[in-house]
Design a protein around this ligand. Structure first.
Ligand SMILES: [Zn+2]
Length: 105
């Protein structure tokens, strides 16, 4: 299906993904902090400082990646429920594409 802008009728329409973007950012940062702090806890007491640093960075990266995936999963259905979730790139008009066409729901 091709969605077009109800105002200028161009097909240059994008999904806004506001909740998904916010959820990915929040969950990504939270996951990175969680991953890094758990890596610090795991490596505590070890005398190798490079191992601690490497573990912290790796833990942060893994936690951040897991958080981003979780944020994307959480944000997608919220975006679907939000009003004006489509944006026309030609005229900047925000509209509710899902409710306009019953076939999309
Ligand atoms: Zn438009």
């Amino acid at each position: 299906m091709t969605l077009s802008c109800p105002r200028c009728h161009t097909p240059f329409v994008v999904r806004r993904r506001r909740a998904q973007t916010a959820a990915i950012a929040i969950a990504g940062v939270a996951g990175a902090i969680q991953g890094a702090s758990s890596a610090i806890t795991e490596t505590k007491g070890k005398s190798d400082p490079m191992g601690v640093i490497a573990g912290t960075i790796l833990g942060g990266l893994l936690g951040g990646a897991a958080g981003c995936a979780a944020g994307a999963a959480i944000g997608a259905p919220i975006d679907h429920a939000l009003p004006d979730n489509f944006l026309c790139q030609a005229c900047g008009y925000a509209f509710d594409g899902d409710r306009m066409d019953p076939a999309l729901t």
